[in-house]
Write a protein that binds this ligand. Structure first.
Ligand code: PLP
Length: 218
């Protein structure tokens, strides 16, 4: 169930007050639901799966800005390179170089965020602090990718202080590299923790279930 217009407007206003942009995470959701939000005025949508994204993109309005927020496999970069607006989850130098290569073929510069591993859980993808420094250093030589900032996901826990601490650690890295690398985007926060993320300095939140209702995986 897509949020009604009044509630959407409330959320959009809350985020606007905090200077945070809203990415509507539409993975698993049908095109009709995306169009509903599009009619409300939403233009930024996030998807996690390449195949799903490449099926939806051609049937939705051309001015939708598509964010790829999932774990991206190198051999699939070519399918989204022609149109993707921002790739959030770049978690290795190899992937960054592949995006650069495919972007060059499309004569584009693709904007990306480097994903940093901030959660205590071992399953989450991302650079650690040392790898991040090296990744950023090497990214400067790549002509067809523009690193716009950082992305991270907090641990899946009810412990609000731990979530805040993890987001806080990403904000510190963002501040450290913001000037030298001309960052403008700090993507952190989802339905359950976006308010904490904004408190900690996020300026881009990725919200799915709060907008579209709970996801059902078959
Ligand atoms: C699914 C997903 C989201 C949105 O999650 P919700 O809890 O539904 O808001 C945000 N970010 C990433 C990386 C996701 O995979």
């Amino acid at each position: 169930m897509v949020l009604d217009k009044i509630k959407y407007d409330q959320l959009a206003e809350e985020l606007k007050q905090k200077d945070a942009s809203l990415i509507a995470v539409s993975k698993t959701k049908p095109v009709e639901d995306i169009l509903r939000l599009y009619e409300y005025g939403q233009r930024d949508f996030g998807e996690n799966y390449v195949q799903e994204l490449t099926e939806k993109q051609p049937v939705l309005p051309a001015d939708v800005r598509w964010h790829f927020i999932g774990h991206l496999q190198r051999n699939k970069v070519k399918y989204i390179a022609p149109f993707v607006y921002l790739i959030h989850g770049v978690d290795s130098l190899k992937l960054l170089k592949e995006i650069d290569k495919e972007a060059a073929k499309c004569e584009r510069v693709i904007s990306v965020l480097l994903q940093v591993h901030i959660a205590m859980e071992t399953s989450k993808f991302g650079f650690d602090e040392t790898e991040l420094e090296e990744g950023l250093r090497q990214s400067s030589a790549l002509k067809n990718v523009a690193v716009k900032g950082l992305m991270g996901m907090a641990s899946f826990t009810d412990d609000q202080r731990r979530i805040a601490a993890e987001f806080g650690s990403l904000k510190r890295l963002y501040d450290q590299y913001r000037k030298p690398y001309d960052f403008s985007v700090l993507s952190m926060g989802m339905s359950s923790d976006y308010r904490i993320a904004i408190e900690e300095g996020s300026n881009m939140v990725r919200i799915g279930s709060l907008l579209f209702g709970a996801r059902q995986y078959s």
